[in-house]
Write a protein that binds this ligand. Structure first.
Ligand code: PMT
Length: 358
């Protein structure tokens, strides 16, 4: 039996926030979020916090090198548009320079906005006639979101910035109660370099410039350092913030997490495991190679069901050895246009349940 939200035990925040520095612009971002949330709470609207893109793990304080997590931000940016369409206000917590709602249609490297442009007879730059209709629709939805102030864009880069922001935003969203929704599509690092083990300057690869690490003054060994010609990286685990979010930071909100796998035999098992471990509402499982075509919903009520885009055209080709390489063309519709209404439906049921309790 999966345990629901509202546990009486609220675990204290780990000392992560005492030992890892607050981002310099956190207060400004939280202030923006506060007035956005106040406006929508006042109107009794639902607010979705959509996280998107991958977090980085810097190896040096003055960062030249970093480890990154996979995600273009497609899932998050696309979902954000469908949440707006479903009447939600959206806080879009995204990796800086990853895909954004609306502009994503024209900013990807394979979809450069310049390819949609041409010159008219008077020499002015205009949109090619074949793209006029689609671009007009995207533009009108984008303008509506701006005019109604329903989309707040907040960027992060590092996992540290992400975690501080997630906690800060969750606190701000508390007054929304059950109207708050967390849709955690970001690919968050599981390992990081804690501040106390971060070197200040660029790690020197040349043996002639390497620092002596045997200082014996009790300071902790740096997480990333050279040993001869080898770069050695020894990362700490990132505390599991989903538990804190569910039990402590946002106990009344609906919480949806994603589970990314590459081994199909693990997906359902790992999604169910995450749901039982963190006791939230919904895990959406997806496979790296098929995530635009199918996702697995694993719900707290015990339900498990696949959502598949029906008109996906698939073409298979066999590569060398025993590996089957499945080449998939772009799906005919965006799977998020099905995912988000399903999530919104479950959110409605949760809100109704909360109301009937009071
Ligand atoms: O943008 P695209 O290129 O389309 O890619 C989208 C996606 C594949 C990245 C996305 O759909 C997805 O699956 N995101 C989740 C990636 C993932 O595997 O997360 P995870 O298994 O590391 O974590 C699972 C959940 O736990 C996440 O929702 C995360 O918010 C949470 N978590 C993770 C680490 C941590 N220390 N604390 C957490 O709470």
């Amino acid at each position: 039996m999966v345990q629901q939200n509202g546990n009486s035990e609220h675990p204290p925040d780990p000392d992560y926030f005492q030992t890892n520095p607050k981002p310099y612009n956190l207060d400004r971002q939280i202030t923006l979020a506060r007035s956005f949330i106040e406006q929508h709470a006042h109107a009794n609207s639902r607010v979705a916090l959509v996280t998107s893109g991958g977090t980085t793990v810097p190896l040096e304080n003055q960062t030249v090198r970093f480890i990154d997590n996979f995600s273009a931000g497609t899932r998050g940016a696309t979902s954000a548009e469908y949440f707006l369409e479903a009447g939600y206000a959206v806080i879009f917590l995204h990796r800086q320079f990853s895909l954004l709602p609306y502009s994503r249609h024209y900013s990807h490297s394979t979809n450069c906005f310049l390819d949609f442009m041409t010159y008219n007879d008077a020499g002015a730059v205009v949109v090619e006639s074949e793209y006029q209709q689609e671009m007009a629709q995207v533009l009108s939805r984008y303008r509506k979101a701006k005019e109604e102030n329903t989309l707040l864009l907040l960027p992060f880069t590092t996992v540290n910035e992400y975690l501080w922001l997630l906690r800060g935003l969750a606190m701000q969203m508390r007054p929304l109660g059950a109207n708050g929704l967390f849709y955690l599509a970001a690919a968050v690092s599981d390992f990081f370099v804690p501040a106390e083990r971060m070197v200040e300057h660029k790690i020197q690869s040349s043996e002639d410039f390497q620092e002596d690490l045997t200082n014996g003054n009790g300071a902790k060994a740096p997480a990333a350092h050279m040993e001869g010609k080898r770069l050695v990286i020894d990362l700490d685990p990132v505390p599991k913030f989903l538990k804190l979010l569910v039990d402590g930071w946002a106990p009344q909100s609906m919480i949806v997490s994603f589970k990314l796998e590459t081994d199909p035999s693990l997906l359902a098992k790992k999604a169910r495991y995450a749901l039982e471990k963190y006791s939230h509402h919904l895990v959406i499982g997806n496979m790296l190679n098929t995530r635009k075509w199918e996702v697995l919903f694993v719900s707290a009520d015990g339900g498990e069901r696949w959502i598949r885009v029906p008109a996906a055209r698939r073409s298979k080709s066999i590569t060398s050895g025993n590996h089957e390489d499945v080449h998939l063309q772009e799906p005919a519709i965006e799977i998020e246009s099905w995912i988000v209404p399903e999530v919104a439906k479950e959110h409605t049921m949760m809100i109704e349940k909360t109301k009937s309790k009071h």
